[in-house]
Design a protein around this ligand. Structure first.
Ligand SMILES: Nc1ncnc2c1ncn2[C@@H]1O[C@H](COP(=O)(O)OP(=O)(O)O)[C@@H](O)[C@H]1O
Ligand SMILES: [Mg+2]
Length: 339
């Protein structure tokens, strides 16, 4: 029988919180599904769990750790003051406490957050990444010749496909500058423009610190999108159920991959995980071109842990039940070397 743990589950909130905040109403909502799933699993495992939600006051964490000394923090806080760019800063603070925590270290979060930096590192190691160009806020830079149309325009540091729509796919310089300016203004963010990579969209879930485990590959299929139309996991494609139904968008296990190719994908993803200094758990997004080339799109350290999301579904297919997955994440957090 494994030792029962005392756990502090750390959440983020969208408005100021207190130490003894009652979150029972929130935890019943769709927005808090991940938190509710994780809490339930930790309790089922027999661990003692308390929680704290952070909005803009890291001192709450210091106070909480004074009154409650958990064996481990289960970190689900990935924004601060409603800004997701701060996930790495929260983890940096966790690294300075003497309490282990789950998920990725600040270095991996930082390297993956900026969509240009991860590509530079992987490109240096001859891993196929899209050509790209970054345009900082307020600048209007000419598209470099090596960046050929069609191009996908994205906020440099967002997640969950925020700021990504069909209009992100551009085929002229006019549309290129228009979309960049739109993102500069609407999202107040720097922008990355990437070569559009045609192909199947694959999601590979991995976990581990040193020894890595890769779970069965998932795919987003675009069933009803005509072959000559751009296929993008836009914001609507991820989060709008009516839209998903209309265009036949489905997340499912990738079918019909040649076992040799699958082996290549697994090895590549392990390499990427290590090159981007990831630990804990992550999901790597790839495109598989019609010629069978594998191209990196993005790495997501600390992917969404809701029971019905790709990461947990992949683990489940490998025979790791949801509570068992949460337990593994805890143990990895407790054995991670953070300095
Ligand atoms: N270079 C690209 N080529 C083809 N599709 C892309 C490219 N970049 C992004 N996409 C599409 O847009 C989706 C979201 O892009 P991504 O960089 O993963 O942003 P986010 O961090 O918001 O998930 C991808 O899953 C993919 O479908
Ligand atoms: Mg993504």
């Amino acid at each position: 029988m494994k030792r029962k743990l005392t756990i502090l589950a750390l959440f983020d909130a969208i408005s100021p919180t207190s130490l003894d905040q009652d979150l029972s109403a929130e935890l019943k909502t769709e927005d808090w599904k991940t938190e509710a799933n994780v809490l339930k699993a930790l309790q089922e495992l027999g661990h003692e769990v308390q929680f704290l939600a952070l909005f803009d006051d890291m001192d709450l964490l210091r106070q909480k750790l004074q009154s409650y000394q958990p064996d481990v923090i289960f970190n689900l806080a990935d924004q601060f003051k409603n800004n997701r760019a701060f996930d790495q800063n929260i983890v940096s603070v966790l690294e300075m406490q003497d309490v282990p925590f789950t998920g990725c270290s600040s270095i991996g979060l930082t390297l993956c957050k900026q969509k240009g930096i991860s590509k530079k590192i992987l490109g240096y190691h001859r891993i196929r990444v899209p050509e790209f160009a970054v345009t900082p806020r307020g600048k209007r830079l000419t598209r470099p010749k090596r960046l050929q149309f069609p191009v996908v325009i994205k906020p440099l540091k967002e997640e969950a496909s925020l700021g990504i729509s069909q209009a992100s796919f551009v085929e002229s310089d006019e549309a290129y500058h228009e979309r960049i300016q739109f993102l500069h203004e609407k999202y107040q963010s720097d922008v990355i423009a990437e070569e559009y990579i045609e192909g199947r969209e694959l999601y590979v879930s991995l976990m581990g610190n040193r020894r890595l485990e890769v779970f069965p590959i998932r795919e987003l299929v675009f069933q009803e999108v005509p072959p000559d139309e751009p296929k993008l996991a836009t914001y609507k494609a991820k989060w709008d159920e009516d839209y998903r139904t209309r265009w036949g968008l489905r997340n499912q296990f990738a079918e019909g991959l040649d076992p040799a190719l699958e082996g290549e994908i697994v090895d590549l993803c392990k390499r990427i995980y290590r090159l981007l200094v990831l630990d804990g758990y992550a999901r790597i997004d790839l495109r598989l071109t019609p010629k069978g080339e594998i191209c990196f799109i993005e790495a997501n350290p600390n992917p969404i842990l809701a029971a019905d999301e790709d990461f947990a579904l992949s683990a489940g297919k490998a025979g790791v039940s949801y509570p068992a997955l949460m337990d593994r994440i805890l143990r990895l957090g407790m054995s991670a070397v953070r300095d």
